[in-house]
Structure formats: structure tokens, C-alpha cells
Design a protein around this ligand. Structure first.
Ligand code: HEM
Length: 396
């Protein structure tokens, strides 16, 4: 495979969709502004020690492997000459194409400071101020085994086996240095991140992503997603912050809910996805519009009202979530299914946190959802060939 040109995460191949590779290199990591792929393998790792040097070599090893994985090249021999050696590449991607594989890595607050604020491994002075510990929001029922972690790893591809292979091999490289804390598989992307893409549907049956930031909107990406020159710390320049939330949908209750109520709760129509009071999906929601009886068409507690930028001092986020379905909840025999919410932003303190404060306090949707997992990570700046993920963190 020829070395991919420096395209800044552009899709580097004009062959059919499934064959395409996305350049690993660029100012920003791929997998954020990249047009959202169909499948997700997400997970968080805990470092086994408190050694910044070991974290650095792990990120270097991951960089070398990620360059190969995203180009569709095995990370080593799946069949070493010495038959007494285990395979280097585990092999399950042989014969498959990368299908736009992206690998996106972040670091959590516990890498910098312990819960009591003390320095964990000499990196406390590098803690990015936006990387806060998220407050407990109203209604949170977070499971520690689906939350937190030292390192985040997002693998997206249009082929689930490719996403699995990437995560599997990176986890293997980490063995002895970091252990997987939790994982989440996702399917059926729940947001569009590019103009012109049809809006997908979430598991409640509603179009999701209509009013998302589109990644080709450079101004919105600079204003709301990328940490830039004006942001502290300098080492995060080109990076971003991700908040993930495992949100269960209480589908049995939702499925019994009348369509009029479902559309009131969301503030949009089900089939077309038009804001209430309009007939077009992409019509701007009229938050003041009333019906002939003078009643607001988009109700006071409708999800799209409380999440709207005009309701939140202009706040926007880049949503890039996926649906999940993980068997049944043993206590209720209901599907353990919902939205694995992923939101990229420049500063969670002024974006996710106030937004979720609004939503957790008053969203009509709360009757039908439960936040059960949570994570926040500083997503490292992108790398150029010859550089490694995390270099600026250790060098600044
Ligand atoms: C299971 C939980 C959730 C479901 C089912 C859901 C569903 C939806 C739907 C159907 C829309 C309308 C279409 C669109 O513009 O994308 C929407 C919009 C939106 N949602 Fe959610 N959402 C959920 C959780 C959240 C959370 C946790 C946040 C942020 C804290 C959030 C933020 C937004 C924003 C910012 C918009 C766009 C509002 C606008 O500008 O009109 N959502 N969501």
C-alpha cells in the first residue's frame, strides 16, 4: 500500500465506499470531522502504573499500529516464521478492506490528577482546564463499569470486523501497560456530520442529527469543536474534548406512547423529522410559533427547545453517536438498548455541561431515557508522519 498523502484526514481513495482509507495524519485526528461511518467500537482503558514515560511509549506504539491499521496493512505477521511465536497481527482483518477505519485517542482527567487533586505522574501542570470532572446531573444512574477511564479509544469503520480488529490489536499492544475498563459497540450512526448526507434514525424511530454541526462548516468547527491557538493549554491546539454518555432508551414505555406525545416530546414529526409547526425537515424550528389556540407548537419541555442554541446562549456541539443493543436488562427483561451519545466540543465547561444541566432538569425525554455510563476525555491533537500521538503533551 502506497503511503497515504497528507490530506488532513481526507478520504484518500476514489474506489467504492468500502475500500476507502481515511488518512490517519492531519492537524486533527480522524474520526471527528470524518463523515460518520456505520459501525463503532469504543472503549476506555486504565493505565496499570503511574508512569508518564510508559504512557508515552504506549501512545507511540499505538501511533505506529494505527498508521498501519487505517491503511489496511496488518500490524505485523499473522504467521511468523518461528512457529513458536504468537501471531503479531491477530489476523481477523486479512482479506478485508479498511472501510474508512478511523482511530481516535483521548486521555482522561485521572491521567493528570488523582480524585483528591494530587499529581498522579508528573503531568498535573498539563491538565487542560476544560477537562473537568463532570458534575452529577439530575437523574444520572451511572454504572462505574461503563464510565470513566484513563484513555479513550474510538474505532469507527463501515465494517464491524475491521473496527473490532483495530480495537483488539491496540488492546493487545497495551497489555501489561493498560487494561480495558469498558467497551461499547455501536451501529446505525445516529447523526449526520456532513452536509448532503441523509439523516439517520435513532432507536426511537426519529431522525437524529438534523440540526447537528456539519463538519464541512469550517467556522462552526473552529468556533465549537477544535481547541485553537486562543485556548489553554497550547499543547491541546488541534485537539478537542469528547463527552460520551451511554443513554438507555426505555423502549417499552416509548413504544406504548401515542405518536402525538412522541412528537411533542421531541418537538419534531416522526416520519419527516420536521420541527412541529413546519413540514420540512430542515426548516428552522420556530420556538415562538403557536397553534390557533395560542399553544406553543414546540412545547416548553420539548427536547429540541431545551437543546436549541437559541435557548442556550448559542451553544452547539458536534454529535457523533451510535445506537447500541446489548441483550436484556435482567431485572426488567427489557432491551438494554439506546444511544451511545458522543459529542465533540471545544470546552465542555461551556458546552456539554450547561446543555446537559438544562436537559437533565426539564427535558420531556427524561421519562423515556436513563444515563447509565459517562466519560470525558481530551482528544489529542492530530499527528504528522514521524510524530506520535501525545507528543505535544510530553514536550510542551
Ligand atoms: C437518548 C437520548 C437522546 C435522544 C433520543 C435525542 C434525540 C434527538 C433528536 C431526535 C433531535 C432532533 C434532530 C436533530 O436536530 O438532531 C435532537 C436534537 C438535539 N439534541 Fe438530542 N437526543 C438525546 C440526547 C441528547 C443529549 C444528552 C444532548 C446534549 C447534552 C442532546 C443534544 C441535542 C442537540 C444540541 C440537538 C439539536 C437541537 C437544535 O439545534 O435544534 N441530545 N436530539
Amino acid at each position: 500500500v502506497a503511503a497515504a498523502p497528507m490530506l488532513g484526514n481526507a478520504v484518500a481513495d476514489a474506489t467504492p465506499n468500502v475500500r476507502r482509507t481515511v488518512d490517519f495524519h492531519g492537524e486533527h485526528q480522524a474520526g471527528i470531522s470524518t463523515a460518520v461511518q456505520d459501525r463503532l467500537f469504543y472503549g476506555a482503558f486504565d493505565l496499570l502504573g503511574d508512569d508518564a514515560g510508559e504512557l508515552r511509549t504506549l501512545l507511540q506504539d499505538w501511533t505506529v499500529a494505527a498508521e498501519k491499521l487505517t491503511a489496511g496493512v496488518p500490524i505485523g505477521s499473522p504467521e511468523p516464521e518461528n512457529s513458536a511465536s504468537p501471531p503479531v497481527d491477530t489476523g481477523e482483518a486479512l482479506g478485508l478492506v479498511p472501510a474508512e477505519l478511523t482511530i481516535t485517542v483521548g486521555v482522561g482527567r485521572p491521567v493528570f490528577v488523582r480524585p483528591d487533586g494530587s499529581d498522579r505522574m508528573g503531568l498535573a501542570a498539563r491538565l487542560p482546564p476544560p477537562l473537568v470532572a463532570l458534575p452529577t446531573f439530575k437523574g444520572d444512574v451511572l454504572d462505574d463499569f461503563q464510565s470513566g477511564g484513563d484513555i479513550s479509544l474510538q474505532c469507527c469503520s463501515n465494517d464491524p470486523q475491521i473496527a473490532f480488529h483495530a480495537f483488539h490489536n491496540l488492546a493487545r499492544i497495551a497489555r501489561g501497560r493498560a487494561a480495558v475498563r469498558w467497551t461499547q459497540l455501536g451501529f446505525g450512526r445516529t447523526s449526520t456530520t456532513t452536509a448532503g448526507a441523509a439523516t439517520p434514525r435513532n432507536l426511537m424511530g426519529f431522525k437524529d442529527g438534523t440540526n447537528n454541526i456539519k463538519s464541512d462548516d469550517a467556522k462552526a468547527m473552529a468556533d465549537f469543536v477544535w481547541a485553537g491557538a486562543r485556548d489553554d493549554p497550547a499543547w491541546m491546539h488541534g485537539g478537542t474534548y469528547v463527552v460520551v454518555r451511554r443513554i438507555r432508551m426505555l423502549l417499552e414505555a416509548w413504544d406504548r406512547t401515542a405518536i402525538g406525545e412522541q412528537e411533542r416530546v421531541i418537538g419534531r414529526s416522526k416520519v419527516i423529522g420536521a420541527p412541529n409547526g413546519s413540514t420540512r425537515e430542515h426548516a428552522t424550528p420556530n420556538l415562538e410559533g403557536t397553534d390557533p389556540d395560542g399553544k406553543l407548537r414546540i412545547d416548553t419541555d420539548a427536547h429540541i427547545r431545551l437543546a436549541a442554541p437559541s435557548h442556550n446562549r448559542g451553544i452547539r456541539i458536534l454529535r457523533r453517536g451510535y445506537s447500541f443493543s446489548d441483550g436484556i436488562d435482567q431485572r426488567t427483561a427489557e432491551l438494554d438498548a439506546g444511544l451511545f451519545f458522543i459529542a465533540y466540543q471545544r470546552d465542555p465547561r461551556s458546552q456539554f455541561v450547561p446543555l446537559q444541566e438544562q436537559l437533565s432538569a426539564g427535558d420531556a425525554l427524561n421519562e423515556y431515557i436513563k444515563h447509565v455510563g459517562s466519560g470525558i476525555f481530551a482528544v489529542l491533537p492530530g499527528v504528522r508522519p514521524g510524530e506520535a500521538l501525545g507528543d505535544p503533551l510530553f514536550e510542551s
